[in-house]
Design a protein around this ligand. Sequence first.
Ligand SMILES: Nc1ncnc2c1ncn2[C@@H]1O[C@H](COP(=O)(O)OP(=O)(O)O)[C@@H](O)[C@H]1O
Ligand SMILES: [Mg+2]
Length: 502
Amino acid sequence: MLATLRTATVFGVEACTVQVEVDVSFGMPAFTMVGLPDASVRESRDRVRSAIRNSGFDFPAHRITVNLAPADVRKAGAAFDLPIALGILAAQGVVARRRIFDLVILGELSLDGTIQQARGVLPIAVAARREGAAGVLLPRSNASEAGIVSGLDVLAVSSLAEAVGALNEPGSVAAAPPPPPSLPFDDGADLADVRGQLLARRALEITSAGGHNLLLVGPPGAGKTMMARRVPGILPPLSFDEALEVTAVHSVGGLLPSGSGLVARRPFRAPHHTISNAALVGGGPQPRPGEVSLAHHGVLFLDEMLEFNRQVLEVLRQPLEEGRVAIARAARTAVFPARFVLVGAMNPCPCGFAGDAVRECRCTPQQIARYRSKLSGPLRDRLDLTVDVPALTPDVLETASGGESSAAVRARVVAARERQRARYAGDGVHMNAELTPSLMAHHCRLDRTGIRMLGTAVQRLALSARGYDRVRKVARTIADLAGADDVGGDHVAEALQFRMVL
Ligand SMILES: Nc1ncnc2c1ncn2[C@@H]1O[C@H](COP(=O)(O)OP(=O)(O)O)[C@@H](O)[C@H]1O
Ligand SMILES: [Mg+2]
């Protein structure tokens, strides 16, 4: 007897459905799997056999053949367990076959027949709808995630026996509840907590308004980490489409907590400087997103930036340039989105206290120069704003007042982003940081003082061509925050102030 079911496999942040054919026929007991299953899928056999027996069903002492189609798509992961087990039961007539092909079915089985949470359910639900399935049958802890996609029946079960019940008696499994409301936007880290540091606060605002990259330079304890953590809170709230992308990446990375729906908060990722290339940009035989993709639409914070391996910093160039990461594998290339605001932090010198008002720096000028040269030219050029963050002395910390709240700053950021969106409608970009040279020529015209000032700066600061463009983009953002149509001398002057040459 033959049973045909549908499941799905994920590659990158895309999923496609896979047909599972199960044939149970007389012959020597055997269990074979064909159609490019990888090792993780082949392991399925043992789990499926135990799960079927331990759920009170008979495991057939016949020849079982499982074919996965299309044959040219590599199938990976443990979520094929449930469709294979249900296929074996359907081929024996234990499971009604009426609805089976309408559903995309997935779930990893434990030996006792319970079903584990799966990865990548959001992209799978998107694929199920796109490919015309009526619904999905999946682990209960993934129900809210699948519920984000409208127009799909979500049948959520926690064991093989329950899954059999859901297919044999439609209505026995209650439709999944609607996804929970998105997590609150506020994560308790507010810009109002930061005292003083007016210049750095301004840099955070400009960074957020134009989507620029920022480097904070200051001694330990100056509040660099504290400020970086507050960037997601002053970025505009995620749009629905952005939230879908963020949720999909976290889903494929296996980082969505059980029962969660749409991720509504902008990510903040702060990998340690010992991180490997693969963990930073993604990798593995079945590619998983790296930190740059988990930071998609949010903030990637590299604390102690110079401690990162030089090579690791170099692999950041592709995502910084293209907003995505492509991971080539024999069969095909996985693409993960990676559009983030980069915030770096570093000490001004090896001991950390160069320029400190109180503590004395013991480093020689050569040591300082060598230390700073560790930040490679190409990467340095991609940091649009650099700002000094001096440590506040205890009495200043005591008396300085807290500044504006994140909500107040965010309102200005949102207004500046709105201006950019309107100006770039139809240009394929959304914010100043993404401007190409030709778009810049069109949209970042400088007035006469601005041109003169930039000309002098090119000579005095030895700005590279790329550095020159970056100053113009930052000046454009400063003009947007001021509500100005043209970029003037004041805007250029302020942008240059954040172009400290390391
Ligand atoms: N400007 C500031 N306003 C309020 N608290 C501050 C400020 N600067 C530093 N602090 C306090 O010092 C702590 C250490 O700051 P941190 O962000 O870890 O410094 P850094 O990352 O520069 O070493 C913070 O958690 C905060 O309590
Ligand atoms: Mg820190």
